[in-house]
Design a binder for this molecule. Structure first.
Ligand code: MSP
Length: 653
């Protein structure tokens, strides 16, 4: 079928914040979407699968500042750098057709046009955003950003203040959005509808603040300098700009919009099922057909986060167990719509039971016997089914239909369950037919033995076709072992029996999924978790020139005195001899790691030429260098200390 006449299917993942490295929870969402996209392609759809990165916002601006680079350099590094998001999706075999970055020029211009359009149609208006203000820092803060009710930057009192901002008339669309949620199946699973109505719609939808002036890393409102577009307005429209909405970079809007489904995590269902439809209503564009809100992968009952240690690093897991095993585990173990509790025991158990014992064994026993008894090529004259074959053949024949019913509902775990019921049935069939007993008298039993093996090969083939969206590389290896050509790997062929030629040629390969020694592995993981994250998932920052580096004046300093700063849990005040003859004061947020008396007399390294900064009313003239890393989910810090024989004032170069 040529691609134009195929049914289209447009599926998206959320676009990820490149503020930190991604963990296994993010991988879960993308792998699930990938499996659905691959399934739809297998069924013959013309699929557009979009993912990308959501690169603006205050958090990124702050992180870049901390790293001493521009926000653009910061996001470039996490997205495109070594071990970044693009690398991760490549590693995980994600088959996205397009990747959007919200810093892409075409998206930026399109969002400006969209914002103006909503302003012109009266749905965006200027108002006042009420918050807190730190006068010395000239910074606007929300209540939740304050630390102990004070400015998070300098620790001083803040005042009530107002900031000019643009608002979107979300309230105007409350009725239409409510109706959308309550009729049909726009939002799934159904439980999410109740959450939205009860928590957000019924209490009353307020207009949404859609511009900010307190930071600059965002898409500028082109008709009002100083305002940047709220990051969610910018982000949500990615689903359309990536197809060419309000831009000429792409021309696929007609073909793929409205989206068939947005796959999103539960905490962002609100943005996708309330704010997104309301904005589309405002600009007069068709609404997506469905939003599916999946659950979270949690650890020990809490949401997964960077602070939960290295085990949730997808690079490590994929490296240790293989990409397909990891993909499979995620989708086989947890019901897609609900939360799932991640543990190493579950992961290893799943690999051992489903992949090594059930699938791996079936494939290796079947191909090994075909080699052993028939030199890898079955004879042609075996095609007969006995009654003993009926149970297996009918289970396999019904499999595609059962699988499809589950996949269409995005019940990935149930679809896999259907396949594994058949795999278990096939392993039982081997025991029932005991091919090794038949092989004792090949003259009498040769054709029957060939029939048994053929039935097993067909079972493996059909299961492999249906497993392809979940484990593309392993299924490819299985097909090679079966000698299956393109036609016998297709969706159609998964509903037909006896597609492999009677005298098919089989080659036994290596074990697909080796068994893991659970006890030993858990011990190793425990050890691994105590080591710092690999540099692979903690990418090296972009290059600086030697001249740029040389601009940092780093000197050996002696600690003359060190004391805690009153009312601060974080700060230590250092008086240093930097070799100049005059004492230098530096404040450092390392109170949690050192007692002040431990540090007097030590030889340390400081950058002297940073601009002076006030913290808790005291001036800091430079910064002490420390080695920082995250171990077992906890931040560890070591102040750099040098040999005391090095005199103060020496420069590091
Ligand atoms: N940038 C927004 C999305 C904008 S879409 C227009 C965002 N980004 S995110 O990086 O924080 O999250 C991306 C997706 O990963 C979300 O769907 C989120 O639910 C999902 N997950 C993050 N942690 C997760 C788990 N622990 N488990 C499952 N999904 C998780 O939100």
């Amino acid at each position: 079928m040529d691609t134009d006449s195929k049914k289209t299917f447009y599926i998206t993942t959320p676009i990820y914040y490149p503020s930190d490295k991604l963990h296994i929870g993010h991988t879960y969402c993308t792998v699930a979407t990938d499996a659905i996209a691959r399934y739809k392609r297998l069924c013959g759809c013309n699929v557009m699968f979009l993912t990308g990165t959501d690169e603006h916002g205050q958090k990124i601006e702050e992180k870049a500042k901390q790293a001493g680079i521009t926000p653009q350099q910061f996001v470039d590094n996490i997205v495109e750098g070594n071990g970044g998001i693009l690398d991760l999706w490549k590693l995980m075999n994600i088959s996205n057709d397009r990747f959007i970055r919200t810093t892409d020029g075409y998206h930026v211009n399109a969002v400006q046009r969209i914002f103006s359009k909503m302003y012109e149609n009266g749905d965006i208006y200027k108002g006042k955003y009420v918050g807190k203000y730190c006068t010395p820092c000239e910074s606007f803060w929300t209540e939740s950003q304050l630390v102990d009710g004070k400015c998070p930057d300098c620790g001083r009192e803040v005042i009530d203040a107002e900031e000019e901002a643009y608002f979107f008339r979300l309230s105007k669309y409350a009725g239409r959005v409510r109706e959308l949620l309550l009729t049909g199946d726009f939002l799934e699973p159904a439980s999410r509808v109740n959450e939205m109505i009860k928590n957000f719609i019924d209490p009353g939808l307020e207009d949404l603040c859609v511009s900010r002036t307190s930071f600059t890393w965002g898409i500028p409102v082109d008709f009002d300098a100083g305002h940047v577009v709220y990051v969610w307005v910018d982000a949500l429209f990615n689903y359309m700009t990536a197809l060419g909405y309000m831009n000429d970079a792409h021309d696929d809007l007609k073909k793929y919009w409205p989206a068939d489904v947005h796959i999103v995590g539960k905490e962002i269902v609100r943005f996708h099922s309330i704010i997104w439809p309301a904005m589309l209503m405002s600009v007069g564009e068709p609404l997506p057909k469905k939003v599916y809100g999946h659950g979270w992968l949690v650890m020990d009952g809490g949401k997964m986060s960077k602070s939960k240690g290295n085990v949730v690093d997808p690079y490590r897991l994929a490296e240790r167990y293989g990409v397909d095993a990891l993909r499979f585990f995620l989708l086989r173990t947890f019901p897609f719509g609900a939360d799932g509790n991640f543990s190493n025991e579950l992961l290893i158990g799943c690999i051992n039971n489903d992949l090594a014992n059930d699938l791996g064994n079936l494939v290796s026993r079947t191909t090994a016997m075909a080699e052993k008894y028939f030199g890898g090529r079955l004879p042609e004259n075996h095609r007969f089914h006995g009654e003993m074959d009926d149970a297996l053949v009918s289970a396999v024949s019904a499999l595609r239909g059962r699988y499809e019913a589950q996949m269409e509902k995005f019940q990935l775990q149930n679809a896999l369950e259907e396949i594994f019921k058949v795999i278990q049935r096939a392993n039982k069939y081997i025991d029932e037919n005991a091919p090794w007993v038949l092989a004792r008298d090949m003259d009498a039993n040769g054709p029957r033995l060939a029939a048994v093996l053929y039935n097993l090969l067909e079972t493996v083939r059909i299961c492999a076709v249906l497993l392809t969206p979940f484990m593309p590389e392993s299924c490819e290896k299985i097909f090679e072992q079966l000698g299956a050509d393109e036609a016998s790997r297709s969706w159609d062929s998964a509903a037909r029996w006896a597609v492999l030629p009677a005298d098919c040629r089989v080659v036994k390969g290596e074990a697909l999924f080796p068994r893991i020694d659970m006890k030993k592995e858990l011990e190793e993981l425990e050890k691994m978790n105590e080591a710092p994250s690999e540099s692979k998932s903690n990418p090296v920052l972009p290059n600086v020139t030697i001249d740029e580096f040389a601009k940092c004046d780093m000197r050996v300093c002696k600690v003359l005195s060190c004391e805690s700063v009153k009312k601060s849990e974080k700060l230590l005040k250092f008086t240093l001899d930097d070799g100049s003859g005059a004492p230098r004061q530096i404040l450092s947020g390392i109170r949690k790691f050192y007692e002040p008396e431990q540090l007097a007399g030590k030889t340390v390294v400081a950058i002297l030429n940073l601009p002076p900064r006030k913290m808790m009313g005291l001036e800091s003239n430079g910064m002490l260098l420390s080695a920082v890393c995250e171990v077992n989910g906890e931040e560890k810090l070591h102040l750099l200390m040098l040999d005391d024989s090095i005199p103060a004032g020496y420069r590091l170069c």
